[in-house]
Design a protein around this ligand. Structure first.
Ligand code: CA2
Length: 144
């Protein structure tokens, strides 16, 4: 079986994970979590990209979306506003799993809307950073 290539793409402010607002987003930095996830799945090739800039996220979805089998996407606040990111998800052939650390449905109503979900393979939310691992498991299952 060929190698599974997965990219994790994080949107705006997720570079602050573990540094600010631990009561909502936990106290682990994404860099530390990414090391853990790579160690847990040594047979999978992982890339990681984070940007606070909408167009850079679209470029990354286009770039990785044709070379990788899976994108794990937490577009953060752009989830609720970006038609452009939604269109990029629709345009690429690879599976996109949408992840949110918090349960967006238990928060403000503007977080209930997602431009990603209609074209995502699935959505995982509310399980903290564990959601990224659950997304990896889902992508492994899709590959079988
Ligand atoms: O729960 C999620 O993963 C979100 O995508 C996080 C976004 C929020 O706008 C979405 O509604 C739900 C916010 C990311 C901000 O991340 C921070 C991390 C640490 C400190 C401050 C912000």
């Amino acid at each position: 079986m060929s190698q599974l290539n997965i990219v994790i793409i994080n949107g705006p402010n997720l570079n602050l994970l573990g540094k600010r607002e631990p009561e909502i987003y936990g106290s682990t930095t994404f860099e530390d979590y990414f090391k853990q996830i790579k160690a847990a799945y040594p047979h999978i090739h992982f890339d990681y990209f984070q940007s606070n800039v909408e167009g850079e996220l679209i470029n990354a979805i286009q770039q990785f979306g044709f070379s990788h089998q899976g994108i794990i996407l937490n577009a953060a606040a752009y989830t609720h506003t970006s038609v452009g990111i939604g269109d990029a998800v629709k345009a690429v052939p690879c599976r996109v799993v949408e992840v949110h650390i918090s349960n967006t449905f238990s928060r403000e109503s503007f977080r209930h809307q997602s431009y990603i979900s209609p074209n995502a393979a699935g959505v995982i939310l509310g399980f903290g950073l564990k959601g990224y691992e659950l997304a990896v498991e889902a992508l492994i299952d899709f590959k079988k």
